[in-house]
Design a protein around this ligand. Structure first.
Ligand SMILES: *[C@@H]1O[C@H](CO)[C@@H](O)[C@H](O)[C@H]1NC(C)=O
Ligand SMILES: *[C@@H]1O[C@H](CO)[C@@H](O)[C@H](O)[C@H]1NC(C)=O
Length: 299
């Protein structure tokens, strides 16, 4: 009896120990500090077919750095948690790169890139295999139109990046990448001064990115409520509830107002020519509130 109890206790301790050690493994993996650079790498593709290029031996996809930006003289980078505008001018669109842009714009091949979800480990625990680097996909949905000799390309892109959820202690806390997407804005606008650019081989390609970060994989919430900062401002789920309540309350008040004040004065007004604020005679069909005829006899 005592032995089996001891066995159970041991089993529980072991289970607890095992889960603690796997949690410790997760904890020992590094996180990005606020503003840490995260470099973008993309699939190398054939400019003839748009197909991705594989290492002939391992058949692994070949990832190459994003083209070098004239502003930084480095391939494109984002900074963990840092929001704002990032410019990256590719100084000269070469012939093969121009053909790749045609594939991207036709979506024959996406501009498929990736970001390391965590920074590389700095310390290696002796005798332990370092954890494999994990990446999140980042597709640049580049939009534009193709003409025979040139293309129009929407050079302004929004970049949305999500962190994995965690309890954030500081406003500029560290974290791990969860997911992301980048897309050209206003692809149909060809107006002067917009972000659409006419491009021929040899031109520079001035890309600009508006980067925003989300602290979790979820879309923005305020005080636990889903928030859509859409056309017309913020809409909260609670707003919808309050709107409904105030609509009903409003309907009640209006009904009381109508039955208690408008209707009696209309009844009196009938003798005086029937002019009422609502402009409907009592013999008219609708009163705007759908109050049944029977109820009109109140008073
Ligand atoms: C991409 O692949 C092509 C074809 O194999 C190769 O010529 C080119 O050097 C590669 N690009 C980079 C940046 O490694
Ligand atoms: C990015 O480029 C635009 C257009 O050339 C310029 O107006 C803007 O100031 C630049 N922004 C940054 C952050 O460099």
């Amino acid at each position: 009896m005592q032995q089996s109890l001891l066995g159970l206790l041991l089993a529980l301790l072991c289970a607890a120990g095992a889960s603690a050690s796997s949690a410790a493994n997760q904890l020992s993996l590094p996180s990005y500090h606020y503003a840490a650079p995260i470099s973008v790498e993309c699939m190398n593709r054939s400019s003839e077919t748009g197909e991705h290029i594989e290492n002939p031996d391992s058949h692994e996809i070949e990832w190459i750095p994003f083209p070098v930006c004239d502003e930084t003289k480095k391939p494109l980078e984002f900074n963990y948690g840092l929001e704002g505008e990032v410019n990256c001018t590719i100084p000269m669109v070469s012939d093969p790169f121009f053909h790749l842009l045609e594939f991207y714009i036709h979506s024959d091949a996406p501009l498929s890139c990736r970001l390391p979800s965590r920074p590389p480990p700095q310390l290696e625990v002796l005798g332990e295999k370092p954890a494999a680097q994990e990446y999140i996909p980042l597709v640049f949905a580049l939009a534009g139109t193709l003409q025979s000799s040139h293309m129009h390309i929407s050079t302004h892109m929004n970049v949305l990046l999500h962190s994995t959820p965690k309890h954030h202690i500081h406003p500029h806390d560290s974290g791990v990448l969860d997911s992301g997407i980048a897309y050209s804005t206003s692809p149909l606008s060809h107006m002067e001064g917009s972000w659409t650019r006419k491009l021929i081989i040899g031109d520079p390609l001035p890309l600009s990115f508006s980067v925003r970060w989300f602290p979790t994989p979820a879309l923005p919430k305020t005080e636990g409520k889903v928030e859509w900062q859409g056309i017309g401002g913020h809409i909260y789920t609670s707003t919808v509830f309050y709107s409904l309540v105030s609509f009903l309350a409003g309907a009640c008040v209006s009904g009381v107002y109508f039955l208690g004040i408008v209707l009696p004065s209309r009844l009196k007004g009938r003798a005086l020519g029937g002019a009422t604020p609502l402009g409907h005679g009592l013999n008219g069909i609708g009163n705007g509130w759908g109050i049944p005829m029977a109820k009109r006899n109140v008073d």
